[in-house]
Design a protein around this ligand. Structure first.
Ligand code: FES
Length: 79
């Protein structure tokens, strides 16, 4: 599997709204980071789609190499 593009080497803070569905960009090519904009089409990547259980602030992975998708796990310090 090809490596995803590193969108940034730091996480992005996002305020999630309870009940809303989000699609985190896994390929790193979206122009609407950290969310999917469809740019992955034709690649082997697909977004991580999930529904927020609660309204909460989270840190989304932007290096796209996290081991706990879609959240930052500190991996950006090593890529
Ligand atoms: S644009 Fe990156 S996963 Fe959709």
């Amino acid at each position: 599997m090809a490596a995803p593009k590193i969108a940034a080497k730091e996480p992005r803070e996002v305020e999630l709204k309870a009940g809303k569905v989000y699609a985190w960009c896994a390929c790193g090519q979206s122009a609407n980071q950290p969310f999917c904009d469809g740019s992955h089409k034709g690649t082997e990547f697909s977004p991580e789609v999930f529904k927020a259980e609660e309204s909460i602030k989270v840190w989304f992975c932007m290096c796209k190499h996290t081991g706990s998708r879609p959240l930052c796990d500190g991996t950006h310090k090593k890529v």
